[in-house]
Design a protein around this ligand. Structure first.
Ligand code: CP
Ligand code: NVA
Length: 318
């Protein structure tokens, strides 16, 4: 059986997500003792990169190795994909070799096509529309810092980008109240917000997309942002700087409008002096390096979830 794909985060039910996060915490705790070290024994996982990556590349490579598997990291320019072989043919061929695939792609449509053609689970390692693996790490970090997720308030200030879209879905699945403030014209995807609002009807989460940073951060337990120049949008840098600065920069005054114990999160890479000031990202409320570390633990749990049969997954204890 193929098993599930993981393309937006909306593929998971609230209990699925809860079990992946709780397994992530167990794998984190048991890392030194080799927790999970045979889950991928004798299996390979392919990673395809159409864009650069530090955290996704290294955390996947280490996660696969520590689960006993063999990571195969490929840039699209090294593959025949770079010479015009279709993503579908690539997926059908790689499916004959590996147990799971991760792809970081320019266009979300590519990872959807890859998943449709592949007979093994496909993970979106970032597309222009979604970055679901990042949100797993963010949710683990937030729950470590706050002891719970349901009922927390998260304020997003900045671009309504891939991370923001998957955050709206992650918040909806976990019962978090999520308010995004973006400049007009840089809103999150209408489809992501629609899906998040639909999920939220079952979990009690509140999901809002607006333009007012003060409203987003008021009473927030966490303030979160991302670059306003995502990979591939470099030509828009000047226009975006005019739209985002200074109002949509996370600075000390912005943080002080949140709860006094609010944390700051950012998926990284960050641009100090652009979307966030150095005193915030390097200050005491910042959780960004725990967040980066948690990419490793949550990726391990995700690989267990996608590659094991549900009965085997539910029996995992570390
Ligand atoms: N946060 C994140 O996905 O980082 P990379 O682009 O370095 O993988
Ligand atoms: N929104 C950013 C995330 C980088 C991890 C980008 O797409 O470049």
């Amino acid at each position: 059986m193929k098993g599930k794909d993981f393309l937006t985060l909306a593929e998971m039910t609230p209990p699925d997500l809860e079990s992946v996060l709780s397994l992530s915490a167990a794998l984190k705790k048991g890392r030194a003792a080799g927790a999970g070290s045979t889950v991928l024994k004798g299996k390979s996982v392919a990673m395809i990169f159409e864009k650069p990556s530090t955290r996704t590349r290294v955390s996947f490579q280490v996660a696969i190795s520590e689960l006993g598997g063999n990571p195969v990291s490929l840039s699209s320019s090294e593959l025949q994909l770079g010479r015009g072989e279709t993503i579908e043919d690539t997926g059908m061929v790689l499916s004959r070799y590996v147990r799971c695939m991760m792809a970081r792609v320019n266009s979300h449509a590519s990872v959807v096509k890859l998943a449709k053609a592949s007979s093994v689970p496909v993970i979106n390692g970032l597309s222009d529309l979604y970055h679901p693996v990042q949100i797993l790490a963010d949710l683990l970090t937030l729950s470590e810092r706050k002891g719970r997720l349901k009922g927390l308030r998260v304020g997003w200030v900045g671009d309504g980008d891939n991370v923001c879209n998957s955050w709206a879905i992650g918040a909806a699945l976990t019962g978090i109240h999520f308010v995004a403030a973006t400049p007009p014209g840089y809103e999150p995807s209408g489809e992501a917000i629609k899906d998040a609002k639909h999920i939220a009807t079952k979990t009690g989460a509140q999901i809002r997309a607006g333009t007012d940073p003060e409203e987003a951060v008021k009473g927030a337990d966490c303030v979160i942002t991302d670059t306003f120049v995502s990979m591939g949008l470099e030509a828009e840098r000047d226009r975006r700087a005019r739209a985002f600065l200074p109002r949509y920069q996370v600075s000390a005054p912005v943080m002080s409008a949140a709860k006094s114990d609010a944390i700051f999160m950012h998926c990284l890479p960050a641009h100090r002096g652009e979307e966030v000031t150095a005193d915030v990202i390097d200050g005491p409320s910042s959780a960004v390096f725990d967040e980066a570390e948690n990419r490793l633990h949550t990726t391990k749990a995700l690989l267990c979830f996608l590659t094991l049969a549900p009965r085997e997954f539910s029996k995992l204890r570390f």
